[in-house]
Design a protein around this ligand. Sequence first.
Ligand code: ADP
Ligand code: MG
Length: 244
Amino acid sequence: MMLQIKSLSKSFGNQRVISDMDFTIKKGEVVAVIGPSGSGKSTFLKTINQLVKPDFGIMHLNDKEYDMAKIKESEATDLRKKIGMVFQNFGLFSHLDVLGNITLGLEKVHGFKKEAAISREKELIEVVGLSGKEQSFPNQLSGGQQQRVGIARAMASNPDLILFDEPTSALDPELVGEVLSVIKTLAKAGNTMIIVTHEMKFAKETADKIVFMENGEIIMEDSPEVLFSEKAPERIMTTRKTGG
Ligand code: ADP
Ligand code: MG
């Protein structure tokens, strides 16, 4: 297992958002997380890289054990270096151009020398199909292009695991395809990824495993073949149709 989480729990005030949840993903695997709005999907992702501290949870990442509720900030920083994240609203630095957005973390967090950071940026910009856009600022790019920068940035340091939180839900429909296609390419290249998405066709085609969350729990997890079959429980079928 690349990542194994046991007994993950998180409440906000007296609202239980994640309830004693177990989760595993193997190296090279792609797991799609689906489920209705408010079921705890984003919170789940954020506990993995300590953007949200859970109340309880034991995590193994590449054989290293973490007590998720008690992790120190220095250790959390270390953990975040191994985990890339792509946000719904891109999360780019508006005052930096594409080059700056991708190289900043490499230099400041990962200790790359400027030349090495730029050379890595060049590789990534090609992977996400944005050659020639290095000097553009986020507000000069379409949403689809901005999200591709977000993906390049998340991939920059070659993380062990990449988390995607509804990467296309802020996009105009005509721009969704270009972003899903980049994610699909990265999936085929063997990257380990957890993708929260409402794009059911994409999940079915791309994921090795689908996890269905409801009320902070995993209600069902299985291969796309099983989870998208007519045998799936009624409420999963409904979520699939409405997109949660
Ligand atoms: P999903 O991503 O599945 O839509 P979330 O993880 O965003 O669900 O949210 C699950 C529940 O937790 C929601 O009821 C939401 O309002 C609540 N919640 C999320 N983040 C916070 C927070 N920082 N403070 C208080 N409540 C929160
Ligand atoms: Mg969410």
